[in-house]
Design a protein around this ligand. Sequence first.
Ligand SMILES: *Cc1c(COP(=O)(O)O)cnc(C)c1O
Length: 226
Amino acid sequence: MNEITKNAQAVEKKVTQQLLSVGQQRLDLEIIVVTKSVSGEETEEIARLGYRHLAENRPEGLKEKQKLLSGYPITWHYIGSLQRRKVKQVVNSIDYLHSLDRLSLAEEIEKRAEKEIKCFLQINITGEETKSGLKPEEISSFLNDIASFQKIKVVGLMTMAPKDANEKTVRHAFHMLKQLRDETREKSIPNAPCTELSMGMSQDYLIAIEEGATFVRIGSAFFTNY
Ligand SMILES: *Cc1c(COP(=O)(O)O)cnc(C)c1O
């Protein structure tokens, strides 16, 4: 058995156990495999194992992997900061954007997209200065600003836990994001159903699952000796 298959089995085992412990099923969670740091060959191995949600963080990487995997029915996710001038390169070849965090980006998507794009608002929960993302108190006015946009559907909220934080801090951040998701969902905004939670990476996906993640974004745990 190759390394990636072994890693995937280990991830699946942990994910399934954790879901069970919170009374959920494997179908309640989507694992997005983050392929930004690996070769086309490794990405194809993941597709062969049956994974259908993949994420890239650069237009070039996205293009390369899409070409290679054109024979697979992949749902493509774009993660990480997206420059306004690069929107036109990617917006019509992705299904989900996880990093909507400012009005100028939303405007460019609205202008360039040929179909509705499922977006997560990226939230900077802990207010770290160096981190991108809307602050929690900005969510409401941001959604107001984009309420008439036809091409943007805010499907949920996304966050990254603070780097090297302890479990308690990570859990708190994820818990806060869920609360914000719930508050936003309750507003029943037509282009912001906000039912989903994109949180959890290799370091903290088990905590994220406990806190209600519906999408986890996992890279290293699939491809390295994690
Ligand atoms: C790289 C990346 C991931 C995956 O990180 P791992 O630690 O490799 O699992 C998830 N989300 C975002 C936004 C990333 O940039």
